[in-house]
Design a protein around this ligand. Structure first.
Ligand SMILES: Nc1ncnc2c1ncn2[C@@H]1O[C@H](COP(=O)(O)OP(=O)(O)OP(=O)(O)O)[C@@H](O)[C@H]1O
Length: 642
């Protein structure tokens, strides 16, 4: 909303500026509703602006700067001149780049301020055709209304400054600089009077000193000095001073000196008046300057707002551009889809053609098949007619059979009725039996319940007995331990050290008559006879725990040793060894002659067998670890055989 108001305000101001320029320069001839760019095109070369400067400051005179074509440098000089004047007037100004490319708002604001300034200080400028070659020419300025110069006297300081700065442009040639004094007097009437005054004192041949005293008195007494143009006064002063120079040794008449003093006084008076006037103008300009400065600030704020809006619009444009890119991308995808669909269409058309061809071929084959089928149908018709005849005969037969079957079924129905009757009677008897069975099942149920109760009682008693058995088993272990203890005590009683004697039979080739054994007792007595000795020395008796004769088997020998193996597993230390001379049968007794036969096993094999057997029997109660060590003791040296 703010931007719309701002835009309309700028447009309104632009219209005002165009109308003002049309009024100033009829040749400008730009429609009030022209766009900012059209206005820019008309102002950008600086000629119009420079013409405005001249119209508002007629004292600024330039030589013609060329024809219709303006070089860029000339354009820049025009613009610089215009901007210098605007700056010196403390009016809102603008940058050259604003006029060329930027927003026109600062240019329009500047021109409006200039219009206000000129209308307030100068009144409306008279319209003149805008002709660069004549408008900028110096001849026209000679004929310009002097009163306009009077009204723009407040700008003379500015003009002076402009002229000074123009010297910085070498191409600019200042032609005339009107001094403030040269612009007086101030009215057309006084201008006329001034001319008369000048004509009065115009000397064709004579000198000022030659003027009659009456005429000089008339000049000094009358108020014609007040109304005379300053240019005339200066020319008279110059004339008098020229005379003085020419007459170096001559005397200047008193009256001429009086006239000169009068003229100088008048010039001084005018200078002081101009100074006061300038001071007043300066005082007037100061508040205006303040006002314009505040307007500049407002315009800057508006310009900032405009830039913000421009930024928003740029952002929106970027968004629109992004959307446009998306739409184009979608369009591309759509084009690709169209191409793909076209390809699919072509492929489907090819397929349709193929299908049509296949259809035609199948149609032909179908027609052939139809012809074949028709031929077959005619054959089949004949056959079917024959079959119908056959079927009719069969139907007659079947009707006959049906009648027979009907009769048969009736007889069967009767039979079935009889059977039904029988079944019904049997069902009645079965029902009776079922009732009896139910009664018997009830009895059985009672029996089962009573048996259950009885069994539960028996189970209870069984549990009690099991408990007793468990207790007994526990007692059994105790008793078993007691038995073991007693067993080992028996073994101890038998003797911790037992000595058995085994007499081996004669070997093949040994003489049996050389035997010395006389008697072998039941309790381990052994009586030996030595035939070489007489008397008591010829008989010797020995006592062992037991003596095994030559006929004793390996098993008999081991039976006496076996209880010691059990003692080993009960935790007692047992040692069994054989002692005897070479060839007496130690190896035979301890190992056995032939290990492949169980009967020939010696003590060692049998003891190891029993050791593992008993440990296996006791594995539920005791875990045994069995180890073996084998050493040789020879000449009191122990050697590990393993
Ligand atoms: N009870 C027996 N019955 C039959 N033959 C026997 C008996 N005892 C020993 N022999 C035989 O007697 C011979 C000598 O026996 P054995 O080798 O056991 O004697 P040894 O004491 O071990 O001898 P060494 O000390 O030299 O080793 C062997 O041929 C053996 O078969």
């Amino acid at each position: 909303m703010g931007s719309v108001n701002l835009a309309s305000e700028v447009a309104k101001k632009q219209t005002d500026v165009i109308e003002w320029l049309n009024d100033l320069f009829p040749d400008f001839n730009l429609p009030p509703e022209a766009s900012a760019e059209e206005l820019r095109a008309r102002l950008v070369d600086g000629s119009v602006l420079y013409a405005i400067t001249r119209r508002t400051n007629p004292g600024l005179l330039e030589e013609s700067w060329g024809g219709d074509y303006l070089s860029p440098r000339t354009q820049m000089e025009y613009l610089s001149s215009f901007l210098l004047v605007v700056n010196e007037l403390s009016l809102p100004t603008f940058k050259v780049v604003d006029l060329e490319l930027g927003p026109m708002a600062p240019v329009i604001a500047c021109l409006l301020s200039l219009r206000e300034h000129t209308s307030s200080s100068n009144g409306e400028c008279r319209s003149q055709p805008l002709n660069r070659s004549t408008d900028f020419g110096g001849d026209r300025l000679e004929n310009m209304d002097v009163s306009r110069g009077e009204n723009t006297r407040g700008l003379q300081n500015t003009i002076s400054l402009v002229e000074e700065r123009k010297h910085s442009f070498p191409e600019l040639r200042t032609r005339v600089l009107r001094s403030p004094l040269s612009s007086a007097p101030s009215s057309p009437l006084s201008h006329q009077v001034g001319h008369k005054f000048h004509e009065t004192f115009q000397l064709n041949q004579g000198r000022h000193s030659d003027l009659p005293a009456a005429k000089i008195l008339e000049m000094t007494k009358s108020n014609s000095l007040d109304t005379a143009p300053t240019q005339s006064l200066l020319s008279i002063v110059n004339g008098i001073l020229d005379e003085c120079i020419q007459r170096i040794n001559g005397e200047i008449p008193q009256r001429v000196a009086c006239l000169l003093r009068k003229l100088v006084q008048e010039i001084e008076r005018r200078i002081s008046t101009q100074a006061e006037h300038i001071q007043n103008k300066n005082n007037l300009i100061k508040p205006r300057k303040q006002k314009y400065l505040s307007r500049i600030r407002v315009l800057e704020t508006l310009a900032t707002g405009t830039s913000e809006e421009t930024r928003i619009i740029i952002n929106q444009l970027q968004l629109i551009k992004a959307e446009k890119d998306k739409v184009e991308e979608k369009k591309k995808i759509g084009d690709q889809d169209v191409i793909r669909l076209r390809k699919e269409k072509e492929s489907s058309e090819r397929k349709i053609l193929e299908l049509q061809q296949a259809l035609e071929t199948s149609k032909k084959s179908y027609e052939q098949q139809c012809q074949l089928l028709e031929a077959k149908a005619s054959l089949t018709k004949v056959e079917s007619e024959e079959k119908i005849k056959e079927l009719e005969s069969l139907l007659a037969d079947s009707r006959k059979k049906t009648k027979e079957l009907h009769a048969l079924s009736e007889s069967k129905i009767q039979t079935w009725d009889q059977k039904q009757h029988t079944f019904q009677s049997s069902i009645v008897s079965q029902l009776q039996l079922v009732k009896e069975l139910r009664a018997s099942s009830e009895l059985i149920k009672h029996e089962v319940v009573s048996t259950k109760m009885r069994w539960s009682g028996e189970l209870n008693s069984f549990g009690l007995k099991m408990k007793e058995l468990t207790d007994a088993a526990e007692n059994y272990h105790t008793v078993l331990a007691e038995n073991r203890k007693l067993f080992n005590e028996v073994q101890e009683l038998k003797g911790n050290i037992r000595v058995y004697c085994r007499i081996r039979p004669f070997l093949y080739g040994e003489c049996k008559s050389s035997t010395t054994i006389d008697y072998i007792g039941e309790n381990g007595e052994l009586l030996l006879t030595n035939p070489s000795k007489q008397g008591k020395d010829g008989h010797r008796t020995y006592k062992f725990n037991k003596v095994f004769g030559p006929a004793a088997t390996q098993e008999q020998v081991y039976l006496d040793i076996q209880p010691l193996v059990q003692s080993v597993l009960d935790g007692y230390n047992v040692c069994i060894f054989a002692y005897g001379q070479t060839g007496s049968g130690k190896t035979y007794t301890m190992t056995g002659p032939n290990l492949s036969s169980k009967e020939d096993w010696g003590v060692n094999c049998r003891a190891l067998h029993d050791l593992f057997q008993i440990s296996r029997d006791r594995k539920n109660n005791i875990m045994y670890e069995v180890g073996v060590q084998m050493v040789e003791i020879y000449n009191e040296q122990v050697r590990d055989l393993l």
